[in-house]
Design a binder for this molecule. Structure first.
Ligand SMILES: Cc1cc2nc3c(=O)[nH]c(=O)nc-3n(C[C@H](O)[C@H](O)[C@H](O)COP(=O)(O)O)c2cc1C
Length: 304
């Protein structure tokens, strides 16, 4: 029996539910993309209008069951993205969404306008949740009005699918989720990294030069499942679950908790075939339960 793994995330039809999370595959060309058949989509590393060098090193430290990163949204800027990467994406048989970042709602809107219609760009993931930059980033994701303003600014400039990447560092994610939905989001990615800190006992200083960083990996998974579930309960648009997925069972937890698709990030640093492993494991689970498609997976989603 072959299992139908296709999934519609809004108007975007994905051949499978597993998406490469932003920042963990660069722009899709820096690391070998193994077993592309299993890739539902890729979300690019975050991009700003202008080039950015990011934060000084050290920018990554290992922590129990996870890692802290403070890359600071290093990137080549939108013009280089269009020149160097989009033409390659246009030849791929899976969609690439661009993770967009700005210091104001206007900047987010301008980025969307510049990328709208460029071959290879299938949609946008609005990053309102990066903990590793001084301006922008989390500010927008913490405040429902600001999150809605950024979403609306992008919505006005494109008809392509828009996912909003939510921060976990909020007191009520449902409020932010509803604000983004009302402002025109097509989907929500839940969640970005948690803010964390690690101290070096040789130097008595933070291990990261930026002092704090974003915690990712299995350490955050139960919190991420809960937040994705809360977001899914609050809205009608699809939620893409992200945070600490290493195995198919981890991904299935997010899917049962109400997510339409999932993203895998940090796990690929330890296992470059993690996405294919998760994809194939979900298919094996469905088959073992006698289900012929992902759509038949039972969900636990009591509505608010
Ligand atoms: C090195 C690194 C860079 C990241 N860069 C971005 C980024 O540019 N934009 C973004 O929205 N999320 C970024 N993230 C967050 C991931 O996309 C993801 O939300 C988070 O790592 C949790 O998932 P995981 O535990 O599967 O890694 C980054 C994560 C890591 C580890």
């Amino acid at each position: 029996m072959s299992v139908d793994m296709a999934v519609d995330v809004g108007e975007l039809n994905l051949r499978g539910p597993v998406v490469a999370a932003s920042g963990t595959f660069g722009y899709g060309t820096e690391v070998p993309l193994l077993e592309r058949r299993a890739l539902g989509a890729i979300v690019s590393k975050g991009i700003f209008l202008r080039p950015r060098i990011g934060n000084p090193p050290p920018r990554i430290v290992e922590t129990p069951s996870g890692m802290l990163n403070a890359i600071g949204l290093q990137g080549p800027g939108v013009e280089a993205l269009i020149r160097d990467y989009c033409p390659q994406w246009a030849a791929w048989d899976f969609p690439v969404l661009v993770n967009i970042n700005g210091e104001s709602a206007v900047e987010y809107g301008e980025l969307a306008a510049r990328l709208d219609g460029v071959p290879g760009v299938a949609g946008f993931e609005i990053n309102v949740s990066c903990p590793n930059v001084e301006q922008g980033g989390m500010y927008f994701g913490n405040d429902p009005r600001a999150a809605a303003e950024v979403t609306a600014a992008v919505r006005r400039r494109t008809r392509l699918p828009i996912w909003v990447k939510l921060t976990p560092m909020v007191s009520d994610i449902a409020v932010i989720a509803r604000a983004c939905e009302s402002a025109g989001a097509d989907g929500l990615s839940a969640v970005n990294t948690f803010v964390g800190m690690s101290i070096d006992l040789h130097t008595y200083r933070p291990r990261l030069a930026f002092r704090t960083g974003g915690l990712s990996g299995p350490a955050i998974r139960p919190m991420a499942v809960h937040l994705a579930h809360q977001a899914a309960r609050a809205v009608r648009i699809p939620v893409i679950g992200v945070g600490g997925i290493v195995s198919a069972d981890d991904a299935l937890e997010f899917l049962v908790a109400g997510c339409s698709a999932v993203q895998v990030g940090t796990a690929t640093f330890a296992d470059p075939r993690a996405i294919a492993r998760v994809h194939d494991g979900i298919a094996a689970h469905l088959e073992a339960r006698g289900l012929s498609s992902l759509a038949e997976l039972p969900r636990y989603l009591p509505r608010d």
